[in-house]
Design a protein around this ligand. Sequence first.
Ligand code: SAM
Length: 280
Amino acid sequence: MSKTQMPEPSHKQQRQGSHVSAPPDQDYERTHFGFESVSGVEKRQRVMGVFSSVAGKYDLMNDLMSGGMHRLWKRRLFDVAAVRPDGRVLDVAAGSGDIAIGLLRKMDAQSDGKSSRVVLTDLNGPMLAEGAQRVIDAGLLPGRADCIQSDGTRLAFADNSFDVVSIAFGIRNFVDVEAGLAEFYRVLKPGGQFICLEFSQPVLPLLDVIYDTYSFNVIPPLGAWVTGDRDSYQYLVESIRRFPDQKRFNKLIEWAGFELVRYENMTGGVVALHRGYKIT
Ligand code: SAM
């Protein structure tokens, strides 16, 4: 979805239940893959290609690109996550599992019973395999975490089944962001919390210039050097530029039906942490 196609928020009755995601083989209206205009089908295939290509080096690149900052951004998500000791959490676009593992650890710290469960879901098999290995290494499989491959715009879960739905640095890659948000709303229980970390737009003077220079001149060559895949990291920086800024994305979350929606900027707006609730 392009920025120019963002719908105007309307009242709740119009929003809820109004999102019907197209099947994966249906060609969506034209969308963007980074700065390129492509069909929805092409975007989905190319996003799959990006993450299949980088899966093995994904965690290393995260640390190198962000200088370890992604750990602090994720820590803040853990801080605000409204998890309960016996709760069920869905981490969408789970990738290599940082969020799922962190949320399980937080729930474990609240109780000795260890009855909480997390589901990791991701479109991409190789990324989810990285996540599964990380959860095994953390001693959380079997029993505490399930890994299920599914598209975030067509989740393979029943209505009203999770207390918290999280997504970190994933929704930017969706062909249909609104369909994803509608799915998150659908699978949350009433009272449930949606939390989302995503790259956003710097709000501090000069930071945008410094950040752009760094993003476009350092990240793709670094990606080429570490993973042998420059194009995937070119896509990464372009996709960040194309994604709605924090205010526009907040409106999309409201439009999906969430209430008490808010965001906080981190690192001067390089990243924003969004949250909202399904009240009824
Ligand atoms: N959440 C992890 C983290 O914060 O480290 C991984 C983020 S990684 C940048 C983005 C992830 O989104 C990839 O694992 C990719 O396969 C997944 N993804 C992309 N499109 C998706 C979709 N439509 N449905 C579910 N996952 C998707």
